[in-house]
Design a binder for this molecule. Structure first.
Ligand code: SF4
Ligand code: MG
Length: 310
């Protein structure tokens, strides 16, 4: 029997042990709001996570969940989507998980353009293991748990996603929950690999990029601004127009390097192009008819295949 969906339908009754004031709470609420906004029934959603503080997210959302291995969230989410394309698949993880150990998967998931959403909790540190510098902490920065400033260059996740081929690329801010929930809803609705880098405060280990730092920049104004408020348009209107594709990518990368006094959030880049599932179905129409989980292998005679491998 169908039950009426409410925001609390997406909340799991599990004790939450994130630190008080952690930006993760904002991302969690935004995700639940997005699912409620889209009215996707909980049993049609599968949420996957890597290792780190963000890895606990599936414990707190009342949908199917899988807490995977460090850096391996995208291969597992990919397998689930390929097996059951009717699921709404969401992957979450931290900046260390996704841009460090999982960086190869991050790039190749973009190339594939499978229809799923990847949300990265980007706080500049490895929070769960006491605040070591993550791949997004810029060279020369010293947070309170580091003995010395970092000596490695920080990576730019938006620029990396543009280069990898993600077809929806956005950045959000964990403490603007309503705006972030709308970004997540857009990402879920997008057909293809959608990626959102979320600026997330870690009050326990990152004493530089705090709520006060983001919200009270020069002259007491927020450093965060919305791309669309400046007339920015990240949508590629004609995916067959190579010049427009390159121009939109260059524009997205240029904005992604803005950091400090002004930090843009919003949709940097979006294009409609065939998904992995559609490409496979074009080549193997039988695989496009239904999800793999619906195929009864008992009906299939696999002997000719086995014989061919002898
Ligand atoms: Fe949040 Fe940082 Fe605490 Fe982890 S260590 S729960 S990221 S505040
Ligand atoms: Mg982190």
């Amino acid at each position: 029997m169908a039950t009426k969906l409410e925001l609390k339908s997406y909340k799991a009754d599990t004790h939450n042990n994130w630190c008080p004031g952690c930006g993760d709470f904002g991302i969690l609420t935004a995700m639940q709001m997005a699912l409620f906004q889209l009215k996707i029934e909980p049993h049609r959603v599968a949420l996957f996570s890597g290792i780190g503080c963000s890895g606990k997210t599936p414990h707190y959302v009342n949908v199917y969940g899988f807490h995977t291995l460090h850096g391996r969230v995208l291969p597992v989410a990919t397998g689930a989507k390929i097996a059951n394309k009717e699921l709404t698949v969401i992957a979450v993880g931290g900046d260390g998980d996704g841009y460090g150990i999982g960086s190869g998967y991050f790039i190749n998931a973009g190339r594939r353009n499978l229809d799923f959403t990847y949300v990265v909790f980007n706080n500049g540190v490895y929070g769960l293991t006491k605040g070591q510098a993550s791949p997004t902490l810029a060279k020369g920065i010293k947070t309170k748990s580091l003995p010395d400033p970092t000596i490695l260059e920080g990576i730019n996740p938006i620029a990396l996603a543009v280069g990898a081929g993600y077809t929806f690329i956005a950045r959000g801010y964990a403490l603007d929950v309503r705006y972030l929930s709308n970004l997540i809803a857009q990402a879920i609705r997008h057909r293809g690999s959608a990626f959102i880098d979320v600026l997330q405060t870690c009050p326990t280990y990152n004493d530089l990029y705090t709520k006060e730092w983001y919200d009270e920049g020069p002259e007491g104004k927020s450093r965060i601004y919305k791309l669309e408020d400046t007339g920015y348009d990240g949508l590629v209107h004609d995916a067959d127009d190579g010049d427009e594709l390159v121009a939109k990518k260059v524009q997205a990368v240029a904005r992604s390097y803005e950091w400090g006094e002004q930090i843009p959030v919003g949709v940097y880049y979006r294009v409609e192009r065939p998904t992995y599932e559609e490409e496979v179905a074009n080549r193997r129409p039988s695989l496009g008819e239904t999800s793999l989980v619906n195929i009864d292998l008992n009906d299939r005679d696999v002997q000719p295949l086995l014989d061919s491998l002898r």
